[in-house]
Design a protein around this ligand. Structure first.
Ligand code: ADP
Length: 447
């Protein structure tokens, strides 16, 4: 950018100098030409009025002293008098344009290139009373000689100007570029830098992207650390149990117990890995299209049926209510969503507690609600339970096979479906999680 600005400034100033010099030379030449012609005209009329004193050496000297050349041409074109040359050697002048002009108009003028390099000869003619033509002539610089003469000044000016340009453009580009450099150097404090108004939207976009990249990188790093940490415990258990079996210390019932421990830990590893893979998949997935028409009621009913055994195991009563309702979505994802919510409601419940799933319409919007009479979630944790690996009670979550990723997956699925999640919970009384689907493409039968 700096180079480009420098180059363009130099080019513009060089062009300006060249154009100025050409214009000045032309204007100067025209003024000079007008001046010379005017001089000749005044001189010619003065001579014409005073009678032409030619013929004597003294007259000739007097006439020549102003650098003027005087010629008198007879009506037949023969040269009667010439101040600078021998009349007898001169040819007929009748056809000369300035003579012709004088004969026709009473006066005439012309400019011819001179035999001297870079000079022009200016002629002015006046028709005298006796029919002869008086011609005065003078040599003057041609436009090229003026240009040639002004060349040194022109070159010096150009060099000086280029030096000034170089210094100026350096200063200019520096002051132009420095806010951008300042901005690039410290992305975090763009608003403090003296950034150009036009660059503000651009800077803000970059800043937002920059922050998103940073937070993404942080999240990934944290996630990787958490995953590794979560994997360590079951792996350590597997390693410990298998070591005991290997050493022959475990026999009979012990061996069975250890093998069961290995089995449980391996299952835990599998669930953890599956959830991690699922989350990564959802992370890269921005929009799942095409969505299909899904009967949310049927889907919830099937999930509830599937979870009955699990509810029984926990001594929890699982029920379903509502009416057929359709939403546009991804079947597998919605299944996952219902499963995760119900599974939590069963696991974080008390023996004899209940879980009810409700699908229907509220305020014109399709909702899916999972309500339990379980242990509840403390106020301070209610925001955080959707974070990856966040658990209110680590040991309880682990004992029920929880990975801490279930609600993070739910949050993702809700976002993909352009839905909204809300939570009401009270410790010791229970939790109610409601998913509200947006109005688009939904239809429900009356309750
Ligand atoms: P986990 O695999 O541990 O269940 P989740 O992401 O599904 O992970 O849930 C995160 C945490 O939120 C759980 O560990 C639990 O402490 C709390 N939680 C989720 N659902 C409920 C609920 N229905 N009742 C009480 N606590 C819950």
């Amino acid at each position: 950018m700096k180079k480009k600005i420098n180059k363009q400034l130099m080019l513009i100033s060089s062009m300006a100098v060249v154009i100025t010099v050409l214009l000045m030379a032309t204007v100067f030449y025209h003024i000079l030409q007008a001046q010379v012609i005017e001089d000749l005209r005044v001189y010619a009329y003065m001579l014409a009025q005073s009678g032409i004193p030619y013929g004597t050496e003294t007259d000739q000297n007097r006439l020549n002293k102003d650098g003027m050349r005087i010629t008198v041409i007879g009506a037949d074109g023969s040269v009667l008098y010439e101040s600078d040359a021998d009349v007898t050697a001169m040819d007929n002048h009748l056809e000369r344009p300035e003579v012709q002009e004088a004969i026709q108009n009473g006066e005439g003028q012309t400019v011819r290139r001179s035999s001297t390099m870079g000079m022009n000869t200016f002629y002015y003619t006046v028709l005298l009373d006796d029919g002869s033509v008086l011609r005065v002539a003078r040599e003057s610089h041609s436009i090229w000689s003026i240009l040639y003469q002004s060349l040194p000044v022109f070159l010096v000016t150009l060099i000086l100007l280029l030096i000034v340009c170089l210094v100026l453009s350096r200063y200019l580009t520096k002051s132009l570029v420095s806010p951008i450099e300042q901005m690039a150097a410290d992305m975090d404090h763009i608003e403090e830098a003296n950034v150009y108004e036009e660059l503000v939207p651009f800077a803000e976009t970059i800043k937002a992207q920059h922050e998103a990249i940073l937070s993404n990188a942080n999240m990934r790093q944290e996630f990787t650390a958490n995953v590794s940490h979560e994997l360590k415990t079951p792996l350590a258990a597997i390693s410990g149990y298998s070591e005991l079996i290997e050493s022959g210390m475990a026999s009979g019932q012990d061996a069975v117990r250890f093998a069961s421990g290995i089995h449980q830990s391996a299952n835990r590893l599998l669930t953890l890995i599956n959830d991690t893979i699922r989350l990564s998949e959802l992370d890269v997935m921005k929009q799942v299209e095409p969505f299909e028409e899904i009967n949310l009621y049927e889907l919830a009913r099937d999930s509830v049926e599937m979870l009955q055994i699990r509810a029984d195991e926990h001594g929890v009563i699982l029920s379903m209510e509502g009416s057929p309702c359709t939403v546009r979505g991804d079947k597998q994802m919605l299944e996952e969503l219902i499963y995760n919510l119900c599974d939590n409601a069963i696991c974080y419940n008390n023996i004899g507690g209940s879980v009810s799933v409700n699908v229907g319409i509220e305020a014109g919007q399709t909702i899916l609600r999972v309500r339990d009479t379980g242990i509840g979630i403390p106020k301070e944790s209610q925001e955080r339970i959707f974070e990856r690996f966040y658990r209110v009670d680590k040991s309880r979550s682990k004992s029920t096979g929880g990975t801490g990723l279930g609600l993070a997956i739910v949050k993702h699925i809700v976002a993909v479906h352009d839905a909204h999640i809300s939570l009401v919970s009270e410790v010791g009384r229970g939790t109610e999680i409601t998913i509200t689907f947006s109005n688009q493409n939904q239809s429900c039968a009356a309750l």
